[in-house]
Design a protein around this ligand. Structure first.
Ligand code: ZN
Length: 595
């Protein structure tokens, strides 16, 4: 039943978003492909049953551009041989023939083979939930160009799924910055259209939502509700009535208490969700802030053999007292495709939501109209600093979501106060690191901090950031080139589902840094294709201590590959987005093939 709804949803979406242009057209096509992949998932399940046992036979890959990603410059191999899910040979074709005379050949037909991509930061569980939610993202990612079209999308979903009265209609990808009205949707906009349902539009940052009156009363938020520290409850001007928007700590309890799909439904969605990643060339996904209930679900899915990619989970700081030191949660190794990697702290909000904590006020005020607004941290600095030290002391790898420069200052201070430096090789990951300052980079080098950047921001919100924080600061968003020049290893993520899980698109934004409005955001930080590819291969492998397991085509590493229709290193930046993922191979098994 879930799959049938999905197919209908996908069809509806593709219909609504097919007529855009150029750069945008490519995104739309890829999103269409991504969503249709849910339908493909059913077929794939059947195919995977046949692939359940490790591939023990040898196979020789030849006749393609095999870009190994091994080294600082592009290098190629003529032949690669795999056996038992691993790479057993990389070198010349003559040598491969001599050593493996009887092995069957895989003719790459001139296409390009690379190591399988690793998702450096995203939210795997969102892929599962997306099927039961409605896309209210702005074009090109969704249909919501203004408030009426958003309401239209919600109504279509309500009718299509025949959602009973009293139940939820949840939208994902909501972003007022891309609406023609240029303001937040309010309960007053929603109430007349949805008198019998609870409606919630999840902000694209996943750090907040707009609720209608039914949803607000379910959440017990009214004129008497005080705004919690670190939270935002937007009010109807001149009154204390909630207007609809809740952010950060005011939103978190809502999100955590939402009714969830049943475990059976979720288990059914595991294959289509992984196929979304595979269709973009990813052989490795991340669950980037894992709530305990989701962790328990993933552990069950793993135990029942439902994971065919590698998935790493980052249990969140909010439930640390429940899992830290508990032997049921073992970190650092894979069990049936699932690994607990480290602890995830979220110390501020989002740049586009203006909840990132910055050192100088936003030029356009706060999200609820506040003046002299600098954003806020999620927790008081002292608590955060102490928790980071406790995590290091417990031997955990530390991942810190930090967007504003003032939050990054706090994160640096926390690492420093824990006594950790680069020599300790703890690989502390600064997730997003968006509004960072140039002076942070030397401190990252000194302390062994490795940034996971998010260049898709330059496309989706580049123009918004220029308006909100000024051109100079916006130009330094995700400074991949400057970081590399300092010797830092960086990665580049989509933060799925904040932006589409499109591997070639995220490469393009790293290379072009072109905004939706056609402006270049940070010309000096544009990188070449090889550097952009490192952000999806060697970089993420390093950040999770798996550089000797994946991220390169090298003897002894996993036989995880993606086959592309063209070689990104030899493709003009303007055409990168048009490269297609033809096939994805996980440990020697073909898990995705384009039609
Ligand atoms: Zn995230």
């Amino acid at each position: 039943m879930v799959m049938r709804s999905c197919v209908r949803l996908c069809a509806g979406l593709s219909k609504g978003i097919t007529s855009r242009v150029t750069a945008v057209g490519k995104v739309v096509r890829r999103i269409g492909v991504m969503l249709r992949t849910f339908a493909v998932g059913l077929v794939a399940t059947i195919a995977l049953i046949g692939l359940a046992h490790a591939e023990t036979a040898e196979l020789v890959y030849t006749n393609g551009e095999i870009l190994t990603m091994d080294g600082d410059e592009p290098s190629y191999a003529d032949a690669v041989v795999t056996r038992g899910g691993k790479i057993v040979f990389v070198g010349s074709e003559d040598e491969a023939t001599r050593r493996f005379p009887d092995a069957p050949r895989r003719d790459l037909q001139g296409n390009t083979m690379l190591p399988g991509f690793l998702d450096p930061h995203g939210h795997f569980m969102f892929a599962l939930n997306m099927v039961n939610q409605v896309n209210v993202a702005n074009p090109p990612a969704g249909p919501s160009k203004d408030i009426p079209s958003t309401i239209e999308a919600l109504k279509a979903f309500l009718n299509d799924k025949a959602i009973p009265k009293g139940e939820w209609i949840v939208g994902w990808g909501y972003d007022p910055e891309g609406l023609a009205e240029g303001r937040h949707i309010t309960k007053a906009d929603l109430d007349p259209h949805f008198p019998d349902h609870k409606v919630m539009l999840i902000h694209v940052s996943a750090h907040g939502a707009v609720l209608n009156s039914n949803a607000l009363s379910w959440a017990k938020i009214d004129a008497n509700t005080e705004t919690p520290p670190g939270g935002i409850i937007a009010r109807v001007p001149g009154t204390n009535e909630p207007a609809g928007l809740l952010m950060e700590t005011a939103y978190l309890p809502i999100f955590e208490n939402l009714p969830q799909p049943s475990e059976v439904e979720l288990l059914e969605l595991m294959t289509p969700a992984q196929m979304m990643y595979a269709s973009e060339g990813y052989t490795h996904a991340q669950e980037g802030f894992t709530h305990l209930k989701d962790l328990h679900f993933l552990q069950k899915a793993a135990a029942e053999g439902n994971i065919f990619l590698d998935i790493v989970a980052l249990p969140g700081f909010t439930e640390v007292s429940e899992w830290m030191g508990n032997p049921a949660y073992k970190f650092g190794e894979y069990t049936n495709g699932l690994k607990l990697q480290g602890i995830k702290f979220t110390q501020d909000g989002s740049p586009q939501g203006k909840t990132a904590y910055v050192s100088t006020p936003y030029l356009t005020g706060g999200p609820a109209g506040q003046e002299n607004w600098r954003g806020e941290t999620t927790q008081p600095k002292e608590d955060f600093v102490k928790q980071v030290k406790d995590a290091f002391d417990a031997g955990l790898q530390v991942f810190i979501h930090a967007n504003g420069d003032a939050t990054i200052d706090q994160a640096i201070e926390a690492v420093r106060k824990a006594g950790i430096t680069a020599a300790d090789d703890r690989r502390t990951v600064m997730v997003h690191s968006q509004f960072q300052r140039p002076d942070h980079l030397d401190q990252y080098v000194e302390l062994g901090i490795t940034p996971s950047y998010f260049t898709n921001h330059t496309f989706f919100w580049g123009d918004v950031h220029v308006k909100n924080i000024g051109k100079d600061k916006a130009d330094f968003i995700s400074p991949v080139k400057s970081a590399k020049a300092k010797g830092l290893i960086t990665t580049n993520h989509t933060d799925f589902n904040v932006t589409p899980l499109d591997s070639m698109f995220v490469m393009w934004t790293a290379m072009a840094r072109e905004s939706k409005g056609g402006n270049i955001v940070g010309e000096d930080e544009r990188v070449d294709a090889y550097t952009a590819l490192q952000g999806l291969t060697t970089g993420p492998a390093y950040q999770i201590f798996e550089e000797n397991r994946k991220g390169r085509i090298k003897e002894g590493l996993l036989a995880d590959f993606v086959i592309l229709s063209a070689n990104p290193v030899k493709t003009d930046a303007s055409e990168i987005k048009d490269i297609a993922v033809l096939e994805t191979i996980k440990e020697g098994k073909s898990i995705y093939q384009a039609k």
